[in-house]
Design a protein around this ligand. Structure first.
Ligand code: SF4
Length: 250
C-alpha cells in the first residue's frame, strides 16, 4: 500500500480559448461521446471500456463503504489503482475495510492524506472545524487532496448511483469532470441498492461492517450517523445541516 501526503501540483498550460489543453479537449469530447454510447452498457462493459481506453491512467476512488466498484474494476484491469482519502476522521471499521481490500483483492491501494494532520489543522483553524465550517473542513481534507492526488490520471471511477439522493439523480455513466479536467466514470450509476446487494452476495465482495450496524452511507465519524427508517441512504451524512455532499462530486 502507498500513502501519499498531497502537495500542490504543477499547473498545466493551455493555448486554447476554453483553457483546456489539446489532450484535455480530446478527453472531454471522448467523455461526452462515451456517456451517450455507454448509457445502456453494463457496469463491467463500462469498466472494460475505461481500462482499454486509459490503462494505467485510470483509477478507482473508494470511500471503503464497500468494494463493489474496486472489485468490478479489478476484473477489467488487474492491479488497478484504488485511491482512498484518509481524512484522519474515519471510523476504525473504514480503515479496516481499506486494509482488507488491499490484502485480498488484485488492486493497488493508494491512500491520500491531507497536507495537514488533524492536530495541525486544529492548531491553525481551531478544534472541531467540522462542526463550525464543514465545507472548509471537507475542502481541506477531501476536495483538495483528491484534486492533487488525481493529477497523474486521465480518468477516475466513482461508486455514485442515481438512486442515492436527488443530487445524484442525473449522474452520467461517463462524463467530463470540469473541475479536475478528467473523464469521470460512474459504472454503477444506474444500479439500485438491490443491485449492489446482489453483486456483493454473488461475489463475496468486502463491505464496511458499519453497513450492518444501521449506517447506509459511511463517511467521516463526526459527520455520519445511522439512518432512520424511511430516510434516503445519505440522510445520515451531515444530519441536521443543509450540506448533503462533501464537494468531491460538484
Ligand atoms: Fe471534515 Fe466532516 Fe468533511 Fe470529514 S466529512 S472532511 S470530518 S467536515
Amino acid at each position: 500500500m502507498t500513502t501519499v501526503r498531497t502537495a500542490t501540483p504543477e499547473a498545466s498550460g493551455s493555448g486554447r480559448e476554453d483553457g483546456l489543453t489539446e489532450r484535455e479537449a480530446e478527453l472531454k469530447a471522448l467523455a461526452e461521446r462515451a456517456g451517450r454510447d455507454l448509457e445502456d452498457a453494463s457496469a463491467p462493459e463500462i469498466l472494460q471500456w475505461a481500462a482499454d481506453t486509459f490503462g494505467k491512467e485510470f483509477c478507482v476512488t473508494s470511500s471503503m463503504e464497500d468494494a463493489v466498484v474496486a472489485h468490478l474494476a479489478s476484473r477489467a484491469l488487474p492491479g488497478v489503482d484504488v485511491v482512498f482519502l484518509d481524512t484522519g476522521y474515519h471510523f476504525p471499521e473504514t480503515i479496516g475495510t481499506r486494509d482488507a481490500v488491499e490484502a485480498v483483492m488484485d488492486v493497488n491501494v493508494i491512500t491520500l492524506t491531507p497536507r495537514q494532520t488533524v492536530a495541525e489543522q486544529d492548531a491553525e483553524y481551531g478544534p472541531r472545524l467540522h462542526d463550525r465550517d464543514p465545507d472548509l473542513c471537507c475542502a481541506l481534507r477531501k476536495v483538495r487532496p483528491l484534486e492533487e492526488g488525481l493529477t497523474k490520471y486521465a480518468a477516475w471511477a466513482t461508486g455514485l448511483r442515481r438512486d442515492e439522493s436527488p443530487t445524484r439523480a442525473g449522474t452520467p455513466v461517463v462524463g467530463w469532470d470540469a473541475r479536475r479536467r478528467k473523464v469521470k466514470v460512474s459504472p454503477i450509476a444506474r444500479w439500485t441498492q438491490d443491485d449492489v446487494d446482489a453483486y456483493v452476495a454473488e461475489h463475496g465482495v468486502l463491505t464496511n461492517p458499519l453497513l450492518m450496524d444501521g449506517y447506509a452511507s459511511v463517511g467521516c465519524a463526526p459527520c455520519t450517523r445511522r439512518v432512520l427508517e424511511g430516510e434516503d441512504a445519505r440522510a445520515g451524512r451531515w444530519a441536521g445541516r443543509a450540506k448533503t455532499e462533501c464537494g468531491l462530486h460538484g
